[in-house]
Ligand binder design. Structure first.
Ligand code: DGJ
Length: 694
């Protein structure tokens, strides 16, 4: 049992922690505790203390979900207006139902026909609680939501918290932003129609923590569209965070008899950032990722984008495929450029039929060659978009979001399709379905290369619902396609990592994290991606990109990409036989231990930014096998000798491995407590060490 009850106290028990709530007769659900465990009868609700006319005592409540109303002035989780103009919710307690690992607390407005259900599911072994909220309109008039957050979290204690989100960009995804919140509010959001590259739909909060220790709280909204994360510290020094659909340009109308369940939030608690990542990693492939591939090791793929861009044709792609097969790749993905009049980014989007000049005999000819080389075949699409220069747009100009009175912005020469229209949804489903039905395609890279603008949709009675409905439509099409073609993997891409949140991870098998494939930048990008998401969802290409003129050696690039789902994306036509042989060596090596990378536990040992050296170890379940990656660009002043304390091994087992010119055979305890000396004097040093229990 992971949900325990004592009177009005409900304890959500995970392996190491308690999340404790208590409801009262007045319709308040109090958060009593989120932290270490104690006997359940010891928990109690603080009484509200003396009424102080200047500070309404409702502010003191550590509330599970704050509606706008009464004298609670903090950022609220939900605000509605009822048909008669009333804009307050006054909840009353109705019921609390608990199951083995679930709890549902139902409240209802004391006057209006609105029910609020707070939903909890406990995932004991990962110290995770999934929360959401469901609203039911039990009357007949519309109820209009202006603010609709999925979750409110009241953080324990009164110390100011570090609030971590991201401030990234294209090619610079997941750059962390860590702010100590003393007072007022911090907001992170997207208004782009996708979760985007800048802020992220999550929060990490801590007061004093590092990789190994210190209490860390985090919450991750499972949503790929507009979101808002707001952290607030009040006059009583209580820090609360709300996460949910962005209330900017938002409205959700709940008709009589309808219910609405908001996107869920994954809430974690751990000691140290490392434990947070490992819990999220395992939770991801065991509980969230689409079932077909969640527990299968993902193949090493080759992607054509950086080699050929839009200039694809059967001859050149076949030549690339031969090289990719020689390098050991298992899947060949042809990127942009194969369809319609697509010779650059000005035309063709929307016309999802093969370009006959480039592929006179259809896709089949290339696919057969790829299959004959022993590889599966994958294809790039960008279904939510249309180029004004396309047959689709000429036939249906009204299928793109637009205002008749405004000139539409054409970022990357394209417009966003109005996915709230059923006919658009059917068109997209049918196009991709036909491609998958008529061709032996095993992989779809679903791209989405621009944010929304001029979001007029004359079809909608309530146009501000489009943000929500668009994302729902994408999810539903991908789900339908996956159901009909269960053997096809789906990758979520949005100009790199513009849509790789936990909502996407519920529908796509993996993501493209960034168009920045520079190996050194990638150390940083991958680290911050894997901080909060499963390693096996992180496609990581080895390419020849040379944005900074630094000619990073091939083996160094492999060292970095092998820490995720190894893939290749360089122009293999320029690879010498030696380069292909080196690639083959690393691809084969990766295959020999990819289960450890994709399903094991990652411990970040040294950080390139702090320590000048990047060192990550991946350890299998039994703690019998591990792979240690070490890389550094260079070190300064000839004096970099560090003890590398190797985490993650079993203290009581003996491990053996070679590192540089030394052979080690010692206990896990030795490697963790004493460590091994790492002395680096070399530019682009890199090493991969297989560690085995004796
Ligand atoms: C953006 C993606 O991130 C790239 O990998 C590539 O697929 C291009 N789009 C193609 O237009």
């Amino acid at each position: 049992m992971s949900v325990l009850r004592n009177g009005k106290t409900v304890v959500l028990e995970t392996e190491n922690f308690h999340y404790v709530i208590e409801y009262d007769d007045f319709g308040y659900v109090h958060n009593i505790h989120w932290g270490g465990k104690c006997p359940i009868e010891d928990y109690w609700v603080d009484d509200l203390g003396d009424e102080n006319p200047n500070h309404p005592n409702l502010d003191q409540i550590r509330c599970e979900y704050t509606p706008f109303g009464k004298t609670m002035y903090r950022p609220c989780a939900v605000k509605v207006h009822f048909a008669d103009g009333c804009r307050e919710i006054n909840p009353e307690f109705v019921s609390c139902e608990t199951g083995k690992d679930t709890a549902v607390i139902t409240l209802k407005d004391c006057y209006y026909p609105l029910e609020i259900k707070l939903l909890y599911k406990v995932y004991e072994e990962y110290d995770i609680i999934k929360r959401s909220v469901c609203f039911v309109n039990t009357g007949s008039d519309d109820i209009v939501f202006e603010t609709l957050m999925s979750t409110e979290l009241t953080l324990p204690g009164t110390e100011p918290y570090h609030i971590v989100n991201t401030n990234g960009g294209w090619g610079a995804e997941f750059i962390p932003a860590d702010t100590v919140l003393e007072a007022g509010s911090l907001t992170f959001e997207s208004r782009q129609g996708r979760s985007g590259h800048i802020n992220s739909p999550y929060v990490i909060a801590y007061t004093d923590a590092d990789e190994l220790k210190g209490r860390v709280f985090s919450a991750h909204l499972m949503w790929s569209g507009n979101f808002k994360v707001k952290a607030h510290r009040d006059l009583l020094n209580i820090t609360r965070v709300t996460l949910g659909l962005n209330s900017f340009d938002f409205e959700h109308v709940l008709k009589g008899g309808e219910s609405f369940e908001a996107p869920a939030v994954i809430c974690t608690i751990s000691d140290g950032f490392g434990a947070m990542s490992r819990n999220l990693n395992r939770f991801g492939y065991n509980e969230v990722l689409p079932k077909n591939f969640a527990k299968k090791p993902l193949p090493v793929l080759y992607n054509s984008w950086e080699a050929t861009e839009f200039d694809v044709n059967v001859k050149d792609q076949t030549a690339l495929a031969k090289k990719a097969a020689a390098a050991g790749c298992e899947l060949f993905v042809m990127d942009d450029g194969w369809f319609g009049a697509r010779n650059d980014d000005h035309a063709g989007l929307g016309d999802w039929y093969v370009n006959k000049e480039k592929f006179p005999n259809g896709l089949g000819e290339l696919i057969e060659s790829v299959n004959a080389l022993g590889m599966d075949f994958g294809l790039w699409v960008e279904p939510e978009m249309v180029n004004p220069d396309s047959d689709l747009y000429r036939a249906h100009p009204d299928w793109a979001y637009h205002y008749d009175t405004r000139k539409s912005n054409e970022i990357r020469n394209q417009l966003v399709l109005n996915m709230t229209k059923p006919e658009v949804q059917e068109y997209i489903f049918n196009c991709v379905d036909t491609l998958l039905s008529e061709n032996n395609i095993k992989y779809i890279k679903w791209d989405m290369n621009r944010p929304f603008s001029e979001t007029g949709g004359e079809n909608l009675e309530h146009p501000k619902m489009l943000w929500y409905l668009h994302t729902k439509a994408v999810y539903s099409i991908v789900d339908r396609l996956k159901e009909k073609h269960p053997e096809v993997q789906f990758e979520s891409c949005s100009s790199g990592g513009g849509r790789c949140d936990w909502g996407a991870l519920e529908h796509y098998d993996e993501v493209w994290t960034s168009d920045n494939t520079d190996a050194i930048d990638r150390i940083f990008i991958q680290k911050n991606y894997a901080l909060t998401r499963p390693v096996k969802t992180m496609r990581a290409w080895v390419t020849d990109i040379n944005w900074y003129n630094r000619d990073t050696p091939l083996d160094f690039r492999f060292n970095i990409s092998m820490r995720g789902v190894l893939s290749m994306g360089g122009n293999l036509n320029n690879y010498s036989d030696d380069d292909i042989a080196v690639s083959r060596k690393y691809v084969d090596m990766y295959k020999s231990f990819r289960n450890i990378i994709q399903f094991g536990d990652l411990y970040r040992l040294l950080d390139i930014d702090k320590d000048e050296i990047s060192a990550d170890i991946y350890v299998d379940d039994a703690k019998d096998n591990a792979v240690l990656f070490i890389a550094t660009v260079n070190t300064r002043c000839m004096k970099k000798t560090l003890p590398l304390y190797i985490q993650g091994l079993d203290d009581s087992k003996i491990y053996e491995f070679d590192y540089e010119d030394k052979h080690y055979r010692k206990s896990g305890a030795f490697f963790r407590n004493v460590g091994i000396p790492v002395e680096i004097r070399k530019q682009y040093y890199n090493n991969i060490i297989k560690i085995k229990a004796v």
